[in-house]
Design a protein. Structure first.
Length: 477
């Protein structure tokens, strides 16, 4: 981490990441075999191609043990306001770059598989107030399957710049056609300095700049070139690993930020348990100890802001109450202890004196927690699913409070099975929480193994993942 930060700040000459040369990945026979196998599960000339599909492995065969369909992986993209503005969505296999460097036929099949899965998952549900950044190959710009989803919220991010330049006229026409239909377009910045890229930049809405493999001088040159050729283009910083790198990027003219920095645990040495959060932790412990309602309301009355938030929440339109609740006692009785516990857990994320990325982390925690309880819907009781939800929320509380998980759990009394899942990744709740976490990462084979272990089809996991994302977006919004 320190080396990366020093390189970013001091501007030592970057080692340019070598882009994959256009060419063929597979020998002809192997490629044809891969194409045939993929076409079996995603027929290219049939209405059946709207069904979910299996993914290719490194050996160019569908995953065999356990059988798996394609899993669309997500990564949050933050806006300037530090809230989630959208997601990058891809078939998150480790060999994606090799597929992108393979033949045009496989690139197009790959893109079609991704689009079919997004359609089958009804990804449009997520895009009322968010964007979906979808990676595609330049070779797919003239493919009709890109026009199938509704354009609202869709940003096609085009890679393989060598193909853009090699097919200059048709690529420009493809970008122009998609933009005319309402889709937005993005480009990667690895070849932005090439004069031939100027017309493409003029037709792009977003430019993605990989800050993890470049120094400040290189990044500055890319920004300057892009803004000179396309002043209205919006810049996206990608591959941000740490909060330090993110803080550097906020001082540059980036509009969006992407990378694992959101849940980074690199700096857990400055605890952020202020007075407001201490009161919430005390209330959580009182609830676990079956305190009387009068005792809980007495604690609430010591914090006027907390009392106001509870009454505002209980009287919100989403609660659907016919009569307004005027007292804390009424609010606690109507809400019930379990829902009250969940609500207080959310406040732990958003009640800090210096919020930072707390809202973004909370949305990630909400998705994780709700996905875990959805995964366990047919296996655990309602009470156990409530505890599993709490485990999912607390699994990122160490990031928000900037302290190790062991120290977080010393502050609050949780059920033994929750402690076991959080501290040791063991016990009754661990398989569901582990699977929910794996869905955030680009390792589909691991997701498939974990899903198989709890008896779920991988496509079902993907569908529940989208449900959890939509639910979290509504709660956070």
């Amino acid at each position: 981490m320190l080396d990366r930060l020093i390189r970013l700040l001091m501007g030592r000459q970057a080692r340019r990441r070598k882009g994959a040369e256009p060419g063929r990945l597979f020998a002809s026979q192997r490629e044809q075999a891969a194409f045939r196998k993929l076409n079996i599960v995603a027929p290219l000339a049939s209405e059946l191609d709207r069904t979910p599909v299996q993914a290719l492995t490194h050996s160019s065969t569908p995953m065999a043990s356990p059988p798996a369909r394609a899993i669309v992986c997500r990564e949050a993209v933050l806006g300037k306001n530090k809230r989630v503005a959208g997601y990058t969505l891809s078939l998150g296999y480790k060999f994606n770059p090799r597929v992108r460097a393979s033949s045009i036929s496989l690139q197009r099949v790959y893109d079609k598989v991704l689009m079919r899965n997004l359609q089958s998952m009804d990804i449009q549900r997520l895009l009322e107030n968010r964007r979906a950044f979808v990676d595609i190959s330049a070779s797919s710009l003239d493919m009709p399957f890109l026009e199938e989803p509704q354009p609202h919220g869709i940003v096609y991010v085009v890679g393989t710049h060598a193909q853009l330049l090699a097919n200059h006229a048709s690529s420009l026409a493809g970008m122009a056609r998609l933009r005319a239909l309402g889709y937005r377009m993005g480009l990667r910045a690895e070849a932005v300095e090439n004069p031939g890229m100027a017309p493409f930049l003029e037709r792009a809405d977003f430019l993605f700049i990989d800050i993890g493999n470049s120094d400040i001088p290189v990044i500055s040159d890319q920004i300057e070139t892009a803004q000179k050729r396309a002043p209205a283009i919006r810049l996206v910083a990608t591959n941000i690993q740490t909060l330090e790198e993110y803080n550097v990027c906020t001082g540059l003219p980036f509009a969006y930020f992407q990378g694992p920095f959101i849940t980074s645990r690199d700096t857990l040495d400055a605890p952020k348990v202020d007075a407001g959060r201490l009161q919430i932790l005390e209330l959580l412990n009182k609830l676990r100890g079956d305190a009387e309602t009068s005792e809980l309301t007495a604690l609430f009355k010591q914090n006027l802001a907390l009392s106001y938030k509870l009454l505002r929440y209980i009287n919100s339109p989403g609660m659907g109450l016919l009569h307004k609740m005027a007292t804390l006692e009424q609010a606690l009785l109507v809400l019930g202890r379990q829902k009250f516990y969940r609500w207080l857990t959310l406040l732990l994320f958003t009640s800090g004196e210096t919020p930072g990325l707390d809202w973004a982390v909370m949305e990630n925690a909400l998705i994780r927690a709700h996905l875990a309880e959805l995964l366990a819907r047919d296996a655990l009781s309602a009470h156990e699913r409530d505890e599993l939800f709490v485990a999912g929320m607390f699994s990122l509380l160490d990031v928000v409070l900037s302290m190790p998980m062991e120290d977080v759990l010393k502050q609050v009394r949780l059920p033994p099975l929750v402690d076991e899942a959080l501290l040791y990744q063991e016990g009754k709740y661990a398989p569901y929480l582990d699977l929910a976490i794996a869905c955030e990462q680009s390792d589909n084979e691991h997701v498939a193994v974990l899903a198989h272990a709890i008896g779920l089809d991988v496509w079902r996991v993907s569908s529940l993942h989208v449900d959890a994302m939509l639910w979290a977006q509504q709660v956070d919004g």
